[in-house]
Each structure stands twice: as C-alpha cells, then as structure tokens.
Design a protein around this ligand. Structure first.
Ligand SMILES: CC(C)(COP(=O)(O)OP(=O)(O)OC[C@H]1O[C@@H](n2cnc3c(N)ncnc32)[C@H](O)[C@@H]1OP(=O)(O)O)[C@@H](O)C(=O)NCCC(=O)NCCS
Length: 303
C-alpha cells in the first residue's frame, strides 16, 4: 500500500509535528550514518536495557550501519550540549500476506536521566515523518503489555493499534529489564495516515472514561488489589476493563513473585480475548485498557 500520489500536505504535517516535538523536548534528531553515531546508538541501547558485555550488544554498531544501509531507520537524538540522549533502530519489513512494506521498530530508548521529558514521543513523531517521506505508511513494534508508560505512549499518545498478543515473544532475555521473566508482548501497528493518528499528532488524544463505560455495562476483568496484587474477575461482558499496575518495572525489582503473577494475569486476560478477535479500543493514563469483543463496540471519539 503506497500513497496514491505524493501527499505533500500529510508529509509536511508529519514533518512539522516532528519538529515541534523535538523542539519541545530540547533535542535534535538525526539519522546515524557514520560509525561514530552508530557506536553512540549501540552503547545507548545497552545502557538503557542494562545489558552487560558478557551478553553481547543488543545491536552492534556494524549491525546498525547495515540496517541503515539496507533502508532501515537508525536515528539518534542529541541534547543541546551534543550528548546522545536517545536512539531508535527499525528494520524494513514486508507483510507477504498483503504485499505491504512496513517499518519494524525494534528498539527505542531514552537515557534514564532524560525520561519523561517528551523525548520518546519526539522520537516516534520523527519516525512517522521519516517513514512517510519514504512512502511507508505503517510502523510496527512490540511492547510489554504491563509497562504503563509504554502502553500510554503507544496506544494513547501515538494512537497506534494492537494487532495481537505474542506469548514469550523473544524467549529468555539477558538484559536487566527482562531477565527471569517470560517476554510476552503486544504488537503495535501504527497506521501513519489514519485519521486518529493525524488527530493524535495534533494533540487530540482519545481518552476513554472507565466510570462511564462501567455505567454502560462494561465489567472489570483485571484490577490492582491490595499490595499491588492482580485481582481477576470472571466476566464475559462484551466490553471489559483491564487494569495494570502503576510501575511494573519497580515491582519486578522489589517483588518478583507479584510481578510474575502479573505476567500470568495479563496473559490469561488478554491473550484468549485478542486471539478470539477482541480489540483494545483505548487506554487511560491511569492504567485501564478497554477491551471490546468483536462487533460489540464503537470507536472512542477524540476529544
Ligand atoms: C519508553 C521510552 C522510550 C519513552 O520515552 P520518554 O521520553 O520517557 O517518554 P515521554 O516523556 O515522551 O512520554 C510519553 C508519554 O508517556 C506518558 N507517560 C510517561 N510516564 C508514564 C506513566 N508512568 N504512566 C502513564 N503514562 C506515562 C506521558 O504522559 C507522555 O505523554 P504526554 O507527554 O502526552 O503526557 C523511555 O521511557 C525508555 O527508554 N524506556 C526504557 C526502554 C523501553 O521500554 N523502550 C520501549 C520499548 S522498545
């Protein structure tokens, strides 16, 4: 699927969004084409993921240069003093079932002391503009369904959709973020030209209202209970609410058993439903997913 003809308005709009987001985050984003930039990106990924030398690099500099050379995206963000504070690496993909080229975004990372300043968001808006410039209309990536920050960024702020639940997608991983836990993931599909993505680029983000949904018949399938334990409820309501903890990353460090229980709870709540055709139609910033059976929902309006 390529744009019917160069949609210069859309590309310009996407470039403007990226420029605004970078300016507001205080960064400049550039593509890494030389060994120095590739090395900086490689080091950043290993630092952000807490990957030590024995496990090997997440992506070695030469692999990053190969990805860029083959038409993929490798970009770095520099703060005003020139320090590299974020990086992203994405490979070109082709969906053979529909013959569509897409960008598979493998990693995006922001250094610990710069998170929460809009840099991650700016990297993704840059990626959208980068892809549209090359006639690529969809970006895909995987993300941990329990990391609330990523869930909100991906599904609310960027307005990507979820195409499925992947059980233990990467198998055992050696970095500090994933060590000792199954690597379940949701797959994001970001349709770069979709009206809801254009709305999100303009700052209009769909925000569901769990109370209103409950009044309209939605039922809670998973909630956060005492001591941050997962509490599951049996429900076959066509619209269900699924809550995730505020900070699973710190829970994984403090309380492995509870974190592992969350891994199990989110898998049994989301996987069978998504496999059966249910969709995630929205998320709230305080950690509620809205899950809707196929055919039983209307899209959430943008405010
Ligand atoms: C995920 C990551 C790239 C996001 O980058 P970031 O610079 O921290 O994110 P931003 O500051 O751009 O925040 C993006 C949105 O997430 C939301 N958000 C941030 N923390 C949140 C939290 N704890 N709960 C809910 N929402 C949160 C923010 O509200 C923000 O949206 P807004 O500015 O419109 O309000 C970064 O935190 C990171 O590198 N994490 C570790 C590696 C990782 O998980 N990478 C992603 C998988 S490849």
């Amino acid at each position: 699927m390529s744009l019917p003809e160069p949609d210069t308005d859309l590309r310009q709009e996407a470039a403007d969004t990226a420029t605004r987001a970078a300016a507001s985050a205080g960064i400049e984003v550039t593509d890494a084409r030389d060994p120095e930039a590739a090395r900086a990106a490689s080091v950043l990924f290993d630092t952000v993921w807490g990957r030590d030398g024995a496990a090997g690099a997440i992506l070695a500099p030469e692999a990053l240069l190969a990805i860029a050379h083959a038409g993929g995206q490798v970009s770095v963000a520099r703060a005003a003093d020139g320090t590299v504070v974020a990086a992203t690496a994405a490979v070109l993909g082709r969906d053979h079932t529909i013959g569509q080229v897409f960008l598979h975004s493998h990693v995006t990372g922001v250094v610990a002391d710069a998170v929460g300043r809009g840099i991650g968001k700016a990297m993704k808006w840059y990626q959208r503009s980068w892809a549209l410039e090359r006639d690529i209309e969809q970006v895909r990536w995987t993300f941990d369904p329990l990391v609330r920050r990523n869930v909100v960024l991906n599904l609310a702020v960027l307005a990507s959709g979820v195409s499925g639940y992947l059980v233990d997608r990467y198998g055992p991983m050696a970095d500090a973020r994933n060590r000792g836990l199954p690597t379940d993931r949701l797959e994001a599909r970001w349709d770069l030209t979709a009206p809801r993505v254009r709305a999100a680029a303009g700052g209009r983000v769909a925000t569901p209202d769990p109370d209103a949904l409950r009044s309209a018949g939605a039922e809670v399938a998973l909630d956060v209970g005492a001591d941050e334990q997962p509490v599951r409820h049996d429900t076959s309501a066509p619209r269900r609410l699924v809550r995730i903890p505020a900070d699973i990353e710190s829970l994984r460090e403090r309380d492995h058993a509870t974190a592992a229980a969350w891994g199990e709870a989110i898998r049994v709540t989301l996987q069978p439903a998504l496999d059966a055709g249910a969709r995630i139609t929205g998320v709230t910033r305080d950690g509620w997913y809205v899950l809707a059976e196929r055919g039983g929902v209307t899209e959430l309006a943008h405010r």
